[in-house]
Design a protein around this ligand. Structure first.
Ligand code: PEP
Length: 255
């Protein structure tokens, strides 16, 4: 982390877990534990839990994220959720391009760019996920893969809009597997993303960009990962469902 240059952000991705009632209960547990955290704390909950989450975070600094949104404001897209609807509810953030969306729901760099463009236009802040598969890492093409994902996701996004984007580097092989990138691997790829952003915009924009690491981050390994100069926070799946573990990561990011 380099808090002099950019805010540290700890975000939970609850995925398809928790009912509305369970969401209220878990946020009530998290709230006092992160009350003094010196970092931005966000919970990413299922769509149908957003109302309860927004209610439950009142009186705290916890932000609420949706886990996806559509690329149109409205229309004949049965089952989809508009970014305008999310913003209208008071949702502040949306996670886009998560590898599970890419892997199971056919999302591409192009559709991620379209969703991101619409989300920003609606006034949402975006957590943009990128990362290589195990096969890509073993083939030595991690840098190319991640640079391509960043370039395509950020197509036609202005430097001003970039201020509302957080990037999450999430090696696919580390998500939900218990395998974590080493602190050095995480830092190296976050640095590649920052350099790519400098090429696309300028150095000042790249230095301002918060880049999280995600992939089996937990209460034990968070401090080492967050000590890296280019790792500015975490996107956390499994460990974000346990209040004490999530809070411990936020505490590690508060140092
Ligand atoms: C994620 O879902 O973004 C994630 C990083 O999951 P986990 O922490 O469980 O690996």
């Amino acid at each position: 982390m380099n808090k002099a240059l950019r805010p540290a952000v700890i975000a939970g991705n609850w995925k398809m877990n928790k009912t509305p009632a369970e969401t209220s209960a878990l946020i009530s547990e998290i709230k006092p534990l992160v009350a003094n955290a010196d970092c931005t704390v966000i919970v990413g909950v299922p769509f149908v839990d957003l109302s309860e989450a927004l209610e439950a975070v009142k009186g705290s600094k916890i932000g609420v994220a949706a886990q996806n949104c559509h690329w149109k404001e409205s229309g004949a897209f049965t089952g989809e959720i508009s970014p305008v609807t999310l913003a209208g509810m008071g949702v502040e953030y949306v996670i886009l391009g998560h590898s599970e969306r890419r892997q199971y729901f056919g999302e591409t760099d192009r559709s991620v760019n379209a969703r991101l463009t619409a989300a920003l236009a609606a006034g949402l802040k975006v957590i943009l996920c990128v990362g290589e598969t195990r096969e890509e890492r073993e083939s030595g093409i991690t840098a190319e893969v991640v640079r391509k994902q960043i370039k395509l996701a950020l197509q036609n996004i202005t430097g001003e809009q970039l201020k509302n984007i957080i990037v999450a580097y999430e090696p696919v092989w580390a998500i939900g597997t218990g395998l974590t990138a080493t602190a050095e691997q995480a830092n190296d790829v976050c640095a590649i993303i920052r350099a790519c952003t400098a090429e696309l915009y300028d150095n000042a924009a790249a230095q301002r960009l918060t880049i999280q690491y995600g992939g089996s981050m937990n209460a034990k390994n968070a401090a080492e990962l967050l000590a890296q100069p280019n790792v500015d926070g975490g996107l956390i799946g499994g460990a974000s469902l346990v209040a004490a573990d999530f809070a411990a990561i936020a505490t590690a990011a508060s140092k």
